[in-house]
Design a protein around this ligand. Sequence first.
Ligand code: APR
Length: 170
Amino acid sequence: MAVITRVRGDITRQRVDAVVNAANSSLLGGGGVDGAIHRAGGPEILAACRELRAGHLGGGLPTGQAVATTAGRLPARWVIHTVGPVHSAADDRSALLTSCYRESLRVAEELGAATVALPAISTGVYRWPVEDAARIALAAARRAAVGGAFAELRFVLFDQRAYDLFDPAG
Ligand code: APR
């Protein structure tokens, strides 16, 4: 049974096996978590993403799906890129946000990652309300924690409000 933990800090500094990236479909970088991971991880990560785009992900990574690359210079073995849904008041995309966590953790398990750092996907540029994102993320983590493949699923929150809301005991 994995422990689900939370820390306030920078996801690029987490010493874990796999780091989940809040990417976009292009896989070619961006701001927020994506920018931080590429900046800290170095060009190897972008090179690996470009290879994916030249191969089976020619059309980009669809929302809700996940794919792994090297972690470059990060203190981790892999980065698992996933594309969160942009929040919409008109259209309930919760299943896609759930899919980001479920698919990222499925890929992590396939890789044999025992410890995984996860951001608050979609709650920045993609404007997902943090309370609802926390509910979705923690539910997905609890389901993955039961399997026994993981030692620690660590949510890494950048600001205090997100940290307060991503309460595994909540
Ligand atoms: N470590 C941990 N969390 C971080 C970091 C960091 N270094 N930087 C930002 N965050 C937090 C943000 O405060 C937010 O709560 O991660 C959460 C997700 O925000 P974004 O990174 O903006 O991700 P998202 O909302 O999923 O938007 C993805 O933004 O950066 C671009 O290329 C990315 O187009 C994609 C979009």
